[in-house]
Design a protein around this ligand. Structure first.
Ligand SMILES: C[S@@+](CC[C@H](N)C(=O)[O-])C[C@H]1O[C@@H](n2cnc3c(N)ncnc32)[C@H](O)[C@@H]1O
Length: 274
């Protein structure tokens, strides 16, 4: 016998949000429809489609890769296994950039390791006066970022293939943001949650997880305008070491900010030419 929408949702023991996302995708409807039609029976076609999606999730495939999208900063982004799945805590970097941008003048922003483009596109859409540049080393990821930029008709964004700053020549920016790989090789978290399905190059950064952060912080002064800001996302236990790296590189006003879980999640500082 075919289940109702409410029965189908209750029968699957995954995270409740994930189950709703899968059922919405299988039926091609939105959340309001699921609520309004909770007692409607699923069609045989939708029931089979939902069962197939649930089987993929049960086999370890992340929900975002199954449905092909993830919301970030209230925008929908295309995601594939070529890119990291955007995380809610990364919105802190966007908030920081939007606060740091001087809207009175044409401000320039650089996003390092843009992946899906979620940070750069969110900044560009929320601050049309800013000139945003985003770089990425992975050609496959850069192609997804380009698709997302087109999807959101982002005109004030330039996407560049680059190994960190290498393709930027002498360009300087008012704000640099980065969510680089920061997991230590061999960290047991790599086998948990969605991480086994995500690109290793988006996650792992050397034996202590700080290789990319070190490279980004040390070179940042050559790419920042005077009084420009750098902010970097890092692991739950890396804030203190990031602050040390920032101070050692000559940054002022060094800070860390907590995410909604109370974990220090981004650190940064201001560059002053002296
Ligand atoms: C943690 S993911 C972040 C993706 C996206 N910014 C986000 O927040 O969802 C790190 C990104 O940095 C890219 N990356 C890794 N090494 C790089 C390098 N040397 N130069 C440029 N990008 C790099 C990876 O391909 C990946 O897309």
């Amino acid at each position: 016998m075919l289940p109702t929408i409410a029965q189908a949702l209750a029968a699957v023991r995954f995270d409740a949000v994930d189950v709703r996302v899968l059922l919405r995708h299988a039926c091609g409807v939105d959340d309001a429809y699921l609520i309004a039609h909770a007692d409607d029976k699923l069609s045989a076609e939708h029931s089979a489609a939902f069962a197939a999606l649930v089987a993929r999730r049960a086999a370890g495939e992340p929900v975002a890769y199954i449905v092909g999208t993830r919301e970030f900063f209230s925008l929908e982004f295309k995601v594939t296994p070529a890119v990291l799945i955007p995380r809610p805590e990364t919105e802190l970097l966007v908030e920081f950039a939007l606060e740091s941008i001087d809207v009175e003048r044409a401000c320039s922003v650089l996003d390092l390791g843009t992946g899906s483009g979620c940070i750069a596109i969110s900044i560009a859409k929320n601050c049309p006066g800013a000139k945003v540049v985003a770089i990425e080393q992975s050609a496959a990821a850069l192609a997804i970022a380009r698709e997302n930029a087109a999807l959101h008709a982002t005109v004030n964004l330039e996407l560049i293939a680059s190994d960190w700053y290498s393709a930027l020549g002498g360009r300087r920016f008012d704000v640099i943001v980065a969510n680089p790989p920061y997991v230590a090789a061999g960290d047991p978290h790599l086998s948990e949650g969605d991480l086994p399905a995500e690109p290793v190059a988006a996650l792992v950064a050397g034996d202590d997880g700080l290789d990319c952060i070190r490279a980004i912080v040390q070179a940042a002064p050559r790419y920042l305008n005077p009084d420009g800001w750098l902010a970097i996302e890092h692991g739950y236990d890396q804030a203190e070491r990031c602050r040390e790296l920032l101070r050692a590189a000559g940054f002022h006003e060094v800070f860390s900010r907590e995410d909604l879980a109370g974990i220090e999640r981004i650190s940064g500082g201001q560059w002053r030419a002296s």
